[in-house]
Design a protein around this ligand. Sequence first.
Ligand SMILES: Cc1ncc(COP(=O)(O)O)c(C=O)c1O
Length: 485
Amino acid sequence: MSEWSPDTLDPENWDAFRAQGHRMLDDILDYLEHIRKRPVWQPIPVQVSNSFCEPLPETETELADIHATFMHSIMPFVVGNAHPGFFGWVHGGGTPVGMLADMLAAGLNANLGGRDQIPVEVERQVIRWASDLFGFPNSASGLLVTGTSMANLLAVLVARTARLGQSVRQQGIMANGGKLVAYTSEAAHGCIAQALDLSGFGRNALRMVPVGSDYRMNVDALKNAIEVDRQSGLTPFLLIGTVGTVDVGAIDELNALADVAESAALWFHVDGAYGALAMLAPGLAPRLSGIERADSIAFDFHKWGQVPYDAGFLLVKDGQQHYDTFASPSAYLRREVRGLAAGSPWPCDFGPDLSRGFRALKVWFTLKAYGKAKLGNMIAGTCALARYLAQQIDANPELERLAPVSLNIVCFRYCCDEPDKVNAQIVVALHESGISAPSTTTLQGQLAIRAAIVNHRTSQDDIDALLNATLAFGRSFSTTGTETP
Ligand SMILES: Cc1ncc(COP(=O)(O)O)c(C=O)c1O
């Protein structure tokens, strides 16, 4: 090595490194193969959290030692969404296929901001597949992002530019966008209000339209709100419907919303964070009829699609409007027709990220390895489990269901005195027991145990375990106060 070569970070001994790499791969495959034998979640001992308060290492540490730390201090203390007993929030379970794809992507270390490379073609393939799935035209554009929170924010920005023209990118919304108002339902995810906030419109520019007893947006109330705003001199510009509301999984009436958007000249965006991929299941897809009329759709491959985190996605029907919102030519990103700087437009022209990882690879592997039919069956299967859970709840006088089951989310509670207090205790006890991990929400002022069945590994036994443990903890807490049975 010449005197001026920097220290490379590659292994000195590739054979030893390879053997260590194989041990790491075996350990993580063992983890996935035997995940059922683990607790869903377990409390983190204080000495484990404290071990992550050490100073920045000055010198090298053997990879085998770091791996050992991973095995005893990281692997056992994750959220547990790979486990079939995980029902909290809306978390996908991941797959070994997606994991291996992510490893290959990390090995390539591709930067998908742009340039003439096949990884960008892989992302374009994913965009075309998504476009076909939702009945969008070939001219649609798309972008893999972190998650639906980000995809919704980008959609608001595209809707803004579509409404105000590209001058808004120079002048900002105060020039002529101060009166724009948007609409979504009161069951929408909090990231919608955050998107209005971050894009400069402010949360007050978002009208939270009431929902009916089915948690779907009340379309008459929407029409009324638009009319009232128009009468007050405001300019309605954006309507956001939801496929799979976060609390109960309701699907807004997409055709009715599309009609309203059409007649009122609103940008129609669909937040389908987890629910949009119901399009993969032939029995569910008709319930999303009208989604093809949206101007843009945001959803996650990392939820029902089971792609490892993170893999959010934005699809925009008019690719030109998408491009016009973000493309920012600069000398150092000059495009050519040949060579490495060819292949324009680049993904960085469709969003704010210039450095972008190869998320598309794990999505592409997942869609190719399992195919539409198998993924669709898996999605339909989680809905069947939700119906089974609902039936068991409805048949048991100790339990009460708190919302209709539209897709794969079941909200219920144990019936007792002080139900909010007792049901919150039940959920903590379920988590700490390692048996099951639902989350909670509040529906019409009542605390609900919320089970979102998203994981492809979940079986009827896992649902029975949730039910049995809920009943056991409920009986104990409602008679003794706070003791664990
Ligand atoms: C309806 C809905 N929208 C948006 C989001 C946010 O998605 P992400 O967590 O990928 O940002 C969620 C998350 O659960 C959701 O359910």
